[in-house]
Design a protein around this ligand. Structure first.
Ligand SMILES: Nc1ncnc2c1ncn2[C@@H]1O[C@H](COP(=O)(O)OP(=O)(O)O)[C@@H](O)[C@H]1O
Ligand SMILES: [Mg+2]
Length: 391
């Protein structure tokens, strides 16, 4: 931890709103989801890209068991080395103690507490940049805490984050806004717990109508974790068990044949705009676009996607419509299938998409004329000008 991120003296705790020349950005990363590691990697890239002449940075890592820890402002230690992802436990300043953000909306103080020590004031933060994927980060829970704290933050609010994390409700919202969605079934926890054979029958009927293979996925997951492509009935139970290891609610979808097209949406002063789209080519070494393919070899996407002008305009229109349908803020990546009949079907949105400089979202914006540091700056500025509370 560099000394400039820590208060020099305890007086800082008493001063209510110290005059700072630069806004202070708390970058919050890691977390309890299975995407902990990639979140750390992304936070390192974001911290590196933040213009330090314009902003101060306070890095806060959340360990895999949920402790908020102070970490060093050393983005170079937060990269993938030898195909291994870093974690917050390895970066935390101490093995105990936690960072606490006041839930008093009148105070933006951050305090570090440690058993047996006097709490240490870390000063105020002006904005939080949650660089967290999945549950307890991208799903509205952290956003709720930040709303209570009265600290503005980058990205989607509570509702949009929660909807964007839940594949069932996301589809229901898309459908109600007229966005094209593929065939699917939802299985709630109680249904499977009470009558698995009825659920199996429902899935077999679904396959009878739409054909095998099926995709079985946890409702609230990410990075392809817990998703299995099932070729026939014999693989169904194992796939359900795997999905339910991530979420007791799961979805069954029919296989959508076609090309995978993604499009970034970024909020500008005059509203959301779509980036050039990208195409994720089919991966040969993997059965589908899985965790490793997506995050460690993430430079495989084609930017821009080889589409006609009409197709590009259409997918951009749908991406902005998805952003608006879910009431997103700041940014979203909308993922589509361009099916064999030439129409787009929306698969999902990600309210905090993969965000390393080689991830698809920043690459799509790079190709659209917005560099990675500009993207980071624009998101922070958008959050600073937005107030918390009802909006
Ligand atoms: N219905 C489907 N048809 C074909 N491929 C699919 C389908 N659902 C998922 N996939 C493949 O699995 C990947 C991960 O699924 P997705 O629903 O995007 O979950 P996640 O939230 O984990 O990214 C997709 O990018 C795609 O390659
Ligand atoms: Mg996806």
């Amino acid at each position: 931890m560099s000394s400039e991120n820590l208060p020099q003296s305890p007086e800082r705790a008493e001063s209510t709103r110290p005059q700072r020349s630069k806004p202070r950005v708390a970058v919050v990363f890691g977390g309890r989801s299975s995407e902990h590691g990639i979140s750390v990697v992304t936070a390192g890239a974001v911290m590196k890209a933040i213009d330090r002449t314009k902003y101060d940075v306070l890095p806060i890592g959340i360990t895999t068991d949920g402790r908020w820890a102070l970490t060093a402002d050393e983005p170079e230690r937060m990269a993938i080395t030898d195909r291994r992802v870093p974690d917050v436990d390895g970066l935390a300043e101490s093995a105990e103690g936690s960072v606490v953000l006041s839930v008093d909306p009148g105070s933006r103080e951050v305090v570090h507490t440690e058993p047996g020590s006097v709490p240490k004031a870390l000063g105020e933060v002006d904005v939080v940049f949650p660089v967290l994927h999945g549950p307890y980060g991208e799903d509205g829970t952290l956003q709720g805490l930040l709303e209570l704290s009265g600290v503005p933050y980058v990205g989607a609010g509570v509702l949009a984050s929660a909807v964007g994390q839940d594949k069932e409700y996301m589809k229901r919202v898309f459908i109600s806004f007229g966005l094209p969605v593929g065939p699917y079934e939802v299985v709630r926890p109680r249904e499977w717990d009470h009558d698995p054979s009825a659920v199996r029958k429902r899935i077999v009927d679904f396959a009878g109508e739409h054909g095998w293979p099926l995709f079985v996925k946890p409702a609230r997951g990410g990075s392809s974790m817990g998703i299995t492509k099932v070729d026939d009935l014999s693989g169904l139970d194992a796939a359900i068990e795997e999905a339910r290891r991530h979420d007791p609610k799961f979805l069954v979808e029919s296989l959508l044949r076609g090309r995978e097209i993604e499009c970034g949406v970024l909020e500008f002063e005059d509203g959301p705009r779509a980036s050039v789209p990208a195409e994720i080519p089919p991966v040969t070494a993997h059965d589908f676009y899985d965790f490793e393919a997506k995050y460690i070899d993430s430079a495989t996407g084609l930017v821009p996607a080889p589409l006609t002008e009409e197709q590009t305009a259409e997918v951009q229109r749908l991406a902005v419509a998805a952003f608006d349908a879910v009431s997103c803020e700041g940014l979203v990546r909308a993922d589509f299938f361009l099916t064999e009949d030439g129409t787009f079907v929306i698969n999902e949105i990600n309210t905090l998409p993969g965000f390393t400089p080689i991830s698809m979202y920043p690459r799509m914006w790079q190709e659209s004329g917005v560099s990675y540091p500009e993207l980071v700056d624009r998101l922070i500025q958008a959050a600073l000008t937005r107030s918390t509370g009802l909006r």
